[in-house]
Design a protein. Structure first.
Length: 344
């Protein structure tokens, strides 16, 4: 009995030597139980996917299309020998549907390749009027002894492929009609239209700016000077590419404004000296976009309205029609531009 009690006492002494919790302060034996649970790893958030938007190309001669047009038109009478020029009218087709925003329709189905003007003052064209159709342009012409009608639809910048400024979502349409209402005099109507695939409002940035380099065409009838209508184009450099110094616009996404200065040069005969017209552009988005409205004003006092839109992904293309008037000088034209570089 005494031996049994002694054994129990020895066992108790041994346990006391190991510590009350049965562990070992010297690192041997069972480690102590911690009262703090292991933290659950923080989950990695799933990235929000970047939205993607689908834009159709503005010019595709293999499919049917119908587009709203922004345009400017000028009409005048010219004597057969070109010595006199009489202004008739000029006006802008603008953002207001009441004032007549127009439509162009191109039908490629069944190989007919017809171009419908969608308004009364210009003729529709059929497959028999088609002169040229390729990846850059459509060219229609109809002619008889008393009238000539011409329509030319093309991707903006198409005349300079490889310039890096080719536009995909902006389309220009030029109409020209020449009639002979009476002997010794011809009546001309010239319309310059710009259209395209407008930028989706949710695809536009809310901050930053983009520089756009512009291409432009303008017709001027100046009855004070007399002899003919003069066509102006954007100034070009020695490589026959538009000169960025004279053709850059800046769009500010935060304020929704488009500003810049454009210089255009007259297209004249080889023995003539060209003249310049420089004008400032001041436009803004309509109700947040993508339609543009505003004014142009030249350094010699001409002024007038513009109407157009931002086109394609993220507003990297744009186009508008405009008029410039002062006294007996009237001008109508279109401008298209493509962003160069990134937002800054």
């Amino acid at each position: 009995m005494k031996n049994g009690l002694a054994a129990v006492a020895l066992a108790c002494l041994a346990l006391a030597g190991c510590g009350a919790d049965g562990g070992s302060s010297s690192g041997s034996g069972v480690p102590p139980i911690s009262g703090t649970p292991t933290p659950t790893p923080t989950p990695v958030p799933t990235p929000t996917p970047t939205p993607t938007f689908d834009y159709q190309t503005a010019y595709d001669p293999a499919r049917d299309f119908s587009y709203e047009l922004f345009g400017a038109e000028i009409a005048h009478l010219k004597s057969a020998d070109g010595t006199t020029n009489t202004f008739i009218e000029s006006y802008l087709y603008d953002n207001d549907l009441v004032l007549g925003r127009r439509y162009a329709r191109y039908r490629a189905e069944a190989g007919t390749f017809s171009l419908a003007a969608g308004f009364d003052t210009y003729s529709d064209f059929s497959a028999s009027d088609l002169l040229q159709r390729d990846e850059y342009q459509l060219n229609y012409r109809r002619e008889n002894g008393m009238e000539r009608r011409h329509a030319y639809a093309f991707r903006a910048w198409q005349d300079r492929p490889g310039s890096g400024l080719d536009q995909v979502h902006t389309l220009a349409i030029f109409y020209t009609e020449e009639a002979v209402p009476r002997r010794g005099e011809r009546q001309y109507r010239h319309a310059r239209f710009i259209t395209g695939t407008p930028t989706l409002q949710e695809d536009m940035a809310t901050s930053g700016r983009l520089r756009h380099q512009a291409w432009a065409a303008m017709d001027v009838v100046d009855t004070a000077l007399g002899n003919r209508m003069v066509t102006y184009r954007e100034r070009r450099d020695s490589d026959d590419i538009n000169d960025a110094e004279f053709s850059t616009l800046v769009f500010d996404f935060e304020s929704g404004t488009l500003t810049g200065t454009i210089t255009m040069q007259s297209q004249v005969l080889a023995d003539e000296t060209p003249t310049d017209i420089t004008f400032d552009v001041d436009a803004k988005l309509v109700d947040g976009g993508p339609m543009l409205e505003g004014t142009v004003r030249s350094t010699d006092g001409r002024g007038g309205p513009i109407a157009g839109s931002l086109n394609g992904p993220q507003g990297r293309e744009l186009g508008f029609a405009f008029t410039l008037r002062k006294g007996e000088s009237h001008a109508t034209g279109v401008l298209a531009a493509r962003a160069v570089g990134k937002r800054y």
